[in-house]
Write a protein that binds this ligand. Structure first.
Ligand SMILES: Cc1ncc(COP(=O)(O)O)c(C=O)c1O
Length: 427
């Protein structure tokens, strides 16, 4: 199964891309820190089902799925048909599209907090709209945020990297708290009494909510007059048609969806309680030319119909569980410092050293051995509806071979790491 792949075209184009593409990646997760530099392909040419082909014609089973959005599969017939059907009638016009109403009605049915909906193109812009709504509604400035909510200034101001161009005064209003650490949220509320406009978090990332974290957080927000926003950009339709909020039984005031909404077309939205959205309707400004672009709306409706009519959600959870159970059993049996963590639709490989710290070398070796054998991994392992039993069996064989090599590396000791990376960060 191991195979040295020819990546000539991919690497040559990547070298050229440096001359004309700023920063070279669309999403930070695509960066060279994520995909080990060297033999990892740099460009994907096409995809079908859960498989992708790089620029040099090499085929891979993909688990990165367009960085999350592909929940049904590449070139998925029902979505492609809906898009081409709409294409024949026009992509975009100057009035609100009837599809907005039809899709919004569908979303109302599925998403508990979705009394009203408004469409955007990216998760970042929908998050921005949610924060602006919360600030307008409460008249307060401070925001408590979770792990990641896109690239806009209000949220990136709380990161430790790439702070160029951010107004320093924005930083005082944004506070980061960790999932499940209710006491951290309480501290911020105590430090800024009556000043917190919103808490925005992902309803679930890797850990499950502990000790009624979400309901306690909701109570904390209510008690302090803050708006609770769930960022469902990743969990959205991947966890089910009602998002993680329906699954976990906690309805936020506002929510934001993106990535998986249209199986790869750019579509995101803010949705939320009528009393909040109606109250700020005449005050907030978030209008955008392509908000009612129709190919994405057609794709969004096709995705939701597939979720309604097929066992998409069950299959995504089942595939993820199968991967997680088997990988963790193999990793334990082989004694590797590797585990596959998280909820089944959104898994993350973790790699740790003898001291329990993140081990980049171990990760690179694992990634290297997987890509050589035709399994494409990114930051997250995203199962999709089109992964077949054969794909899963192949991937598990690859993971086992990669784990065995990682086991040898671990036994050889850290100083031998360079020898195990036949390529990589040296380049
Ligand atoms: C949880 C979450 N929120 C927001 C965003 C931003 O979405 P986008 O990249 O579409 O702007 C992302 C992107 O990865 C995300 O993971």
């Amino acid at each position: 199964m191991e195979d040295e792949r020819n990546l000539e075209k991919s690497l040559a184009l990547f070298a050229e891309a440096g001359d004309c593409i700023f920063s070279l990646v669309q999403l930070y997760d695509e960066g060279s820190g994520e995909h080990v530099t060297g033999k990892y392909p740099r460009f994907i040419q096409s995809g079908k089902g859960a498989h992708i082909w790089d620029l040099d014609g090499n085929e891979y089973i993909d688990f990165d799925m367009g960085l999350g959005p592909i929940i049904l599969g590449y070139c998925y017939e029902a979505v492609d048909k809906a898009v081409t059907g709409q294409l024949a009638q026009g992509m975009h016009f100057s009035l609100v599209s009837p599809q907005e109403v039809e899709y919004a009605r569908m979303l109302q049915k599925h998403i508990p907090c979705a009394d009203k909906v408004r469409f955007f193109k990216t998760g970042s812009s929908a998050c921005e709209a949610a924060i602006r709504t919360a600030r307008a509604y409460t008249g307060k400035k401070h925001v408590i945020r979770g792990a990641f909510h896109g690239w806009h200034e209000w949220t990136i101001a709380a990161e430790g990297v790439r702070q160029g161009g951010i107004l320093p005064e924005v930083r005082q209003y944004i506070h980061r708290c960790a999932y499940n650490a209710l006491e951290q949220f309480e501290e911020v509320f105590a430090k800024y009494p009556g000043q917190v406009a919103a808490v925005i978090i992902e309803p679930m990332i890797i850990e499950e909510p502990k000790d009624n974290f979400l309901t306690n957080l909701q109570d904390l927000c209510r008690h302090n007059g803050a708006v609770l926003i769930f960022d469902e950009v990743v969990t959205g339709f991947r966890f089910g048609s009602g998002g993680a909020q329906r699954l976990l039984g906690v309805t936020p005031d506002l929510a934001v969806f993106g990535k998986g909404a249209a199986n790869g077309l750019p579509l995101s939205f803010i949705c939320g309680k009528k009393e909040i959205l109606d109250e700020v309707d005449k005050e907030v400004y978030f209008f955008t030319t392509f908000g009612s672009e129709r190919l994405s709306l057609a794709a969004g409706m096709a995705v939701l119909r597939e979720l309604e009519n097929k066992n998409v959600t069950e299959k995504i959870w089942a595939i993820g569980s199968e991967l997680k159970t088997n990988v963790n059993e193999m990793a334990r049996r082989l004694g590797t410092r590797i585990a596959l963590l998280g909820p089944a639709p959104r898994l993350v490989f973790t790699f740790w050293d003898r001291q329990g710290r993140f081990d980049l070398q171990l990760k690179n070796i694992f990634m290297q051995e997987c890509i050589k054998r035709g399994v494409f991994l990114g930051w997250t392992v995203f199962p999709c509806f089109s992964h077949t039993q054969e794909d899963i069996a192949t991937a598990l064989t690859v993971f086992e071979e990669a784990l065995k090599i990682c086991q040898k590396y671990q036994n050889a000791g850290d100083s031998a790491a360079a020898a195990w990376l036949s390529w990589g960060r040296k380049q």
